[in-house]
Write a protein that binds this ligand. Sequence first.
Ligand code: HEM
Length: 527
Amino acid sequence: MATMSDVWVGLPWPVQLIAACFVLTATLLITTRLNSLSHSWPAAAGKGHEPPIAPYWLPGIQHLAAFLLDPARTFRTTQSKYKDSPYTLLMGNVKFHVFGSPSAATHVFARSRTFAYEPVTMSMLENGLDLPVADRVHFQIGLDRANSAEHAKGFVVQNHNVWLRYLSGEPLDDLMQLFTRHFHQVLEQHLDMKTRGWQTVDLYQFLRKVIFDTSVLTFFGPRLAQIWGPTMWKDFCLFNDATYIGVRTNLAYVLQPRAGRARERMLRAFEQWLTHDSEGDWPDKDKYWNEEWGAKMNWERDHLARQFGLSLRGRATMQASFLFAIVLNAAPMGSWFTWVAASNSDRLAKCRAESSKFLRPSKSSRFDHELDIDATQLRGSNFMQALWKEALRIGTAASPARVVMEDTELEGYVVRKGSVILMPTALLHHSDLFPRADQVDTERWTGEDAIVQQRSKSIRTFGGGMGMCSGRHAAEQEVIGLVSKLITLFDIEFEDSWKDKFHFDPRSLGIMHPAGPPMVRLKRRVL
Ligand code: HEM
């Protein structure tokens, strides 16, 4: 009778090779899984343990592949195994502790020395935008935190404060009025505003382009598009689309050379844009905007960057990172918020009624469709605010991250220096505080009771603490204003497959973009 070894010897060598590889791989995977299982048992809080490590199969890569493929599903399925306890995902041997409770997020965001956001920004600038090595020192933590005088703080904090100053209050209202004027001008270029017939568009791509063109003109003035040239839009899309992986590793632009070249063209355009009269003062006659710089904050940020001695490429990176921040999320939010407002007839009727309170025909006679926004009335519209919160809650994929700077305790668990705290909105926005969490329900946000406040504290679309999105008020005015105008000016019909459901692509950095084109038909309304 033939033994196993006789059978093995009788096999052709390619089959032997495949079988040997299979056995080796299976052994490696099973050993890794068994080894990881031994660290994965839930540990009680207050006993000096780190959050348990969720089991994994792949050595080295650990949870990275699952996380990149579908972060929200990875967070939710793993959380369901650990009930209310935090847990740890390992990616490239770095520990990412996942905390899904609003109280943990509040604690972390309030302690920016222990849980730092600078390394997160640095990763984006280093990987996504290839910040020159010599400039990186200005983004490292520890240079400035102890100083209280503004001029003695480091670049990151001073730069953040410039954003805060210009993206709130009067400077923001001024900028948003300009945004509104530019929006009408850009809309004319993308839709036939004269016809009363139906026009079909891919809502996402259409709004993405409208928001991009309007933002470039409003925030950077007309020179940037002239310098960048005809490849501007394509370059930005190539760069933006590669950046899901690109914020994590610069390899994304090596493996996708077209995206790498597009990024290079973008940075060169910004370099050239910066080399005009850049040593000069801000002219007294221009309040918050001029054609050279667009928004005054760009001039002020560049002034700061020059004071700190950043290279020309470093300064270009700073400006490009702002372009990325203003378009990345506002564009998908535009199409998703349109769907939230217009896909349901009750909501649409309410939105139109509310919009009529803060939109008014423009005094300018440029376009018959031009509407001005009363920002104070907009902020006071409870219904629009509730709808905005629901849209942020459901549409966000982001997981704000902070790097642990010293060994400490969080919610009774030990977290060690060098590990990362992740606070996924996939958990925070879908907790028990939000029954039927996948459905848009503005009623969740009515009343002043404690539960509404608790819900508000759970919404972390804009992050929190020192790294919190400085453009959150701008985003709110911009997107609510733009969508209100769209539903006021047009009847909107979604294609059948989008009527009842918006299909999200979970592989998104902040707000989820749609999976596939949400086709809509638009027809001018008689106002
Ligand atoms: C719905 C749209 C938007 C979303 C969801 C969003 C979200 C975010 C998030 C999550 C961060 C990082 C926060 C953290 O790590 O804790 C961020 C940073 C930032 N965002 Fe936004 N953003 C949006 C629109 C905008 C707009 C329109 C602007 C500007 C006009 C803007 C300007 C910025 C800036 C400047 C930062 C960096 C803040 C800093 O490091 O000081 N964002 N944003």
